[in-house]
Design a protein around this ligand. Structure first.
Ligand code: P6P
Length: 307
C-alpha cells in the first residue's frame, strides 16, 4: 500500500508544499494519539465565540501550532480556537485550521475531526500585501485536508484536482480510497433543525427529504458528517441560518471553505444558498456562513427551496 509520504512525493512537485502537508499529517498523528487517552473534561475557558473549550480543544490547538512553528515554509496560521491570525515568519504558506471540530462530542465518544486549509501566498497577485487571511477566498486554496478521529484515524486530502483518503496504520498514513467522487443519492444530514420553527421553507425542504425516504445521517460533527458524504459518494449536509445565528453558525475560513474545496474537487458542490462558498471573500477571521454541501443536484435543491 502507498504511504502518504510517497503519494506526496509523486503528486506534489513543490517540495515546500510537500513539507507543509507532512507537518500537518504529523499533527494529526499527535492529536490521534492523545484523543483516546486525554481528559475529556472542560478546560474552564471559552474561545472568542464564547464557546466553552474542552481540554482537548486547547491541546489539539497547541499541538498543531507547535508543529507549524517548526516548519519555516509556514508564514501565517489562523486557528478557530484563537482570536487572531498569527504571523510566524517569511514562509510562503498560510494554514487555517479548526483543531478539533465537534469537540463537544468527545465526552460521548462520537467521532470528531480537524479541518485544514493551505494557501500558497507567493501565488497571490498581490503577494507583497501584508500576510493575512482577510482578502483571500476559498478559490485561493491550494490544498484542503480533513482528519477524522473515529474507530480509525483517517485523512481526506484534496490536492492536484483529486480527493483521496489515507488511513493511519502503526506509524504511517496509507492510501485507503482513491479519487473519491460525489454523485446523486438519497442521504441527508440536516443540521440546525431548530430553524424549522421559524423558517417554513427549511421545514418544507426537510419534509421533502423525509417523504422521499432519504436515509438520515447526522451526528452533530460536521467533519464526520461531510466525510460520510465524500466516502459514500452521495448526500447533502445543510446548516441554514436562524435567529441565533443570522449569518449561519459555521465558520467560513475554518470549516466551510476547506470543506467546500474538498467537495468540489470530488465533483460535488457547496453554496450559501446564493453563491459558491469558494467565491466568498474573507472579510474577517471569524466570519460565519450558511452552508449547503454535497451533490450538485441536492445543493441546487437547497437554493430552490430556501432562497
Ligand atoms: P448543532 C460542532 O459544534 C459544529 O461546529 C459542527 O461540527 C456541527 O455540524 C455543528 O456545529 C452542529 O451544530 O447546532 O447541531 O449543535
Amino acid at each position: 500500500m502507498q504511504t502518504l509520504q510517497s503519494f506526496l512525493q509523486e503528486k506534489v512537485q513543490d517540495e515546500q508544499l510537500q513539507s507543509v502537508l507532512v507537518t500537518l499529517s504529523e499533527s494529526v498523528k499527535a492529536i490521534s494519539e492523545r484523543i483516546s487517552t486525554a481528559e475529556t473534561c472542560k478546560a474552564g475557558t471559552n474561545n472568542e465565540y464564547g464557546e466553552e473549550q474542552m481540554a482537548l480543544d486547547i491541546l489539539a490547538d497547541k499541538l498543531i501550532q507547535e508543529e507549524c512553528e517548526k516548519n519555516e515554509q509556514i508564514g501565517l496560521i489562523a486557528s478557530e480556537e484563537q482570536p487572531d491570525e498569527i504571523w510566524l515568519g517569511d514562509g510562503d504558506f498560510a494554514v487555517s485550521y479548526d483543531p478539533l471540530d465537534g469537540s463537544s462530542l468527545i465526552d460521548v465518544n462520537l467521532a470528531v475531526g480537524t479541518i485544514f486549509g493551505v494557501y500558497d501566498l507567493k501565488l497571490r497577485s498581490d503577494a507583497n500585501q501584508d500576510k493575512s487571511f482577510v482578502g483571500l477566498k476559498g478559490d485561493d486554496l491550494e490544498v484542503s485536508m480533513i482528519a477524522v478521529y473515529g474507530p480509525r484515524t483517517t485523512i481526506v486530502l484534496a490536492i492536484d484536482g483529486e480527493v483521496n483518503e489515507f488511513t493511519l496504520g502503526e506509524d504511517e498514513f496509507y492510501l485507503s480510497k482513491s479519487e473519491l467522487k460525489v454523485g446523486e443519492g438519497k442521504m441527508f444530514s440536516p443540521g440546525n433543525l431548530r430553524a424549522c420553527s421559524e423558517n417554513l421553507k427549511y421545514l418544507d425542504l426537510v419534509t421533502f427529504w423525509i417523504r422521499s425516504e432519504y436515509t438520515l445521517r447526522y451526528s452533530g460533527g460536521m467533519v464526520p458528517d461531510v466525510n460520510q458524504i465524500l466516502l459514500k459518494g452521495k448526500g447533502i449536509f445543510s446548516y441554514p441560518p436562524y435567529s441565533k445565528y443570522p449569518d449561519g453558525k459555521l465558520r467560513l475560513i475554518f470549516e466551510c471553505a476547506p470543506m467546500a474545496f474538498l467537495m468540489e474537487k470530488a465533483g460535488g458542490a457547496a453554496s450559501d444558498g446564493y453563491k459558491r462558498i469558494l467565491e466568498k471573500t474573507y472579510e474577517k477571521i471569524d466570519q460565519r456562513t450558511p452552508i449547503y454541501i454535497g451533490s450538485k443536484e441536492e445543493v441546487d435543491r437547497c437554493s430552490k427551496y430556501l432562497i
